[in-house]
Design a protein around this ligand. Structure first.
Ligand SMILES: O=C(O)CCCOc1c(F)cc(-c2c(C(=O)NCc3ccc(C(=O)O)cc3)noc2-c2cc(Cl)c(O)cc2O)cc1F
Length: 369
């Protein structure tokens, strides 16, 4: 699906009526969701045995198999029966809630593997690490796509409220990029103030090369852009405050947003000291991110780290890539870091970027089986 297709379907409710559209949406989802779940389940089976055998991985696998089994009971259902259509929508809400903690539970499975909870002899070799990195990128991207399909349906038909008026499901047809980025900055800033008792200022420049003097708007999912921006601002503020120490004036975080006919680019530049090039690959690694967190290391539990080895960055890159955008980080060690979010300007070009399951995928795992 492209963002435009999601939008067109949502807008067709006025023309075709809600009941007709809910049946059409059910008919699409009862085929599409089991296919996406089946792809994930097939790929879980290809994981290194050392990860599959972990208790938390087993829990996640069980959730996917249970949800698949529930959805395929609708394969031949009579969708002219309103009660069945309504039950399908309620079951989607139940399935989405069942999977709310998949990221954390899967991360726990990776931690259990790293700690060798089952068998101290398990060392995570680089081939296993690579296949886990490959799997989790695909696994979490598929999860983003499944939750997008379910959320669109449950907001349009399940009585769940859209984020605000004018939105079509989770999509804002006129998403004001500057406002969402400023919102994310404010949220990260209050977290920063609580933790560091200081925070850098924001210096923002907006350039709209398509319609000068107009606000920079595109059709997008504001919650995705907020999630990505919030994560990047947290990192930039952490580096700036850690480097700045108790100095009175911190260098600002400079944001430049540029919209052209092709792309929207959002660059966030900080003077937080940067990272050595040798460390850059680790930023996006799930295995690195799940190293025992500062809290695990015995720090007092009330110390909530600004950025605590979470999956924040790799997941943010998946959100950016989901509709064919990207997230890139350029760091100058000794000076600071630039993080750039790229989004598609045209909603027709912003189509879902889905992992496909085929023979070449199986080769990616073959060396670990
Ligand atoms: O919780 C999560 O998922 C995010 C966890 C991630 O947490 C991090 C974090 F917030 C910020 C940094 C960091 C540092 C740093 O820390 N520099 C100090 C140091 C100096 C020397 C060496 C060395 O010699 O090895 C390493 C670091 N410098 O720039 C950044 C930085 C990183 C990103 Cl992705 C960004 O968007 C903006 C930034 O300013 C690194 C993180 F890792």
């Amino acid at each position: 699906m492209s963002i435009q297709a999601f939008l067109d379907f949502g807008k067709s409710l006025q023309r075709n009526g809600k009941t007709f559209c809910e049946k059409a949406s059910c008919n699409f989802l009862r085929k599409e969701l089991p296919v996406r779940l089946a792809n994930i389940i097939k790929e879980i089976h290809l994981l290194p045995e050392s990860l599959i055998c972990q208790p938390s991985t087993q829990i996640v696998q069980g959730w996917y198999e249970k949800s698949f089994a529930e959805l395929i009971t609708y394969e031949q259902a009579d969708l002219t029966n309103d009660a069945i259509v309504s039950r399908f929508t309620q079951d989607l809400i139940k399935i989405r809630n069942r999977h709310n903690l998949v990221v954390e539970t899967m991360a726990q499975g990776v931690v259990e593997l790293s700690r060798g909870s089952e068998d101290k002899r398990i060392m995570v070799d680089s081939v296993t690490r690579d296949s886990i990195q490959y799997f989790l990128d695909r696994f979490y991207m598929m999860r983003i796509s499944i939750r997008m399909l379910i959320n669109q349906h449950t907001i349009l038909f399940g009585g769940e409220l859209p984020f605000s008026a004018g939105h079509v499901g989770t999509i804002d047809p006129e998403c004001d990029i500057q406002l969402v980025v400023e919102d994310a900055f404010a949220s990260a800033r209050s977290l920063c103030e609580n933790f560091y008792e200081q925070s850098p200022e924001l210096k923002m420049t907006c350039i709209n090369t398509v319609n000068r003097e107009e606000p920079l708007k595109i059709v997008y999912v504001p919650s995705h852009l907020f999630h990505i921006s919030f994560e990047l601002f947290k990192n930039a503020m952490r580096a700036t405050c850690e480097k700045g120490g108790a100095s009175l004036s911190l260098p600002p975080i400079e944001v430049v947003i540029v919209k052209t006919t092709e792309d929207v680019a959002i660059k966030m530049s900080d003077q937080g000291g940067g990272i050595p090039q040798r460390n850059m690959p680790q930023l996006f690694e799930y295995m690195f991110s799940t190293a025992p967190s500062p809290v695990d290391a015995g720090t007092s539990v009330n110390v909530v780290p600004m950025a605590g080895y979470g999956y924040g960055l790799p997941l943010s890159r998946l959100y950016a890539r989901y509709f064919h955008g990207d997230l890139q980080v350029y760091s100058i060690h000794g000076f600071g870091t630039d993080a750039v979010i790229y989004l598609k300007t045209l909603s027709e070009s912003a189509s879902e970027f889905l992992p496909v399951f085929n023979k070449s995928v199986m080769k990616q795992y073959s060396s670990t089986r």
